[in-house]
Design a protein around this ligand. Structure first.
Ligand code: F3S
Ligand code: F3S
Ligand code: ZN
Length: 128
């Protein structure tokens, strides 16, 4: 189920988005979907492989099912909905394919709350 902690050595850096790097966009890769196969497979079939956003606060966009718990729990508002910039509320997603984007990963104070609350363990924090 969790995001692959070794993604930086396994995936290519494929671009940048807001102020962070993107890894493995459009690259098929094994994903541990345990418990959430239906939602995750539907997202990938519709949108392809989106890859992982961020290097300090990493969100696996292919594991993110738009649960929303990570956004309000962050004390420094690192995350915003990708389809609705500026919205960091739990239910601010536009639809089930929306993603939590770590647009302010440089502000992370490593409280680790986001890692804990995500149901699909799509988030991994790398403390420099
Ligand atoms: Fe926020 Fe997660 Fe960092 S909750 S402070 S992005 S560890
Ligand atoms: Fe997505 Fe997990 Fe947040 S499913 S919206 S990264 S709590
Ligand atoms: Zn992003």
């Amino acid at each position: 189920m969790p995001i692959d902690p070794d993604y930086k050595s396994k995936l290519q850096k494929t671009g940048t988005h807001t102020a962070h790097d993107v890894w493995g966009e459009k690259a098929e890769r094994p994903i541990d979907m345990a418990g959430y196969e239906a939602q995750i497979k539907a997202n990938i079939e519709r949108d392809g492989y989106l890859g992982i956003h961020g290097s300090v606060v990493a969100v696996d966009f292919d594991l993110c099912i738009a649960d929303g718990a990570c956004l309000p729990v962050c004390p420094v508002a690192v995350f915003e909905w990708i389809k609705k910039p500026g919205d960091s509320t739990k239910d601010g997603k536009l639809d089930e394919s929306d993603k939590s984007d770590p647009i302010r990963e440089a502000d992370c104070i490593f409280c680790m709350a986001c890692e804990t609350v995500c149901p699909t363990v799509a988030i991994k924090i790398y403390q420099p």
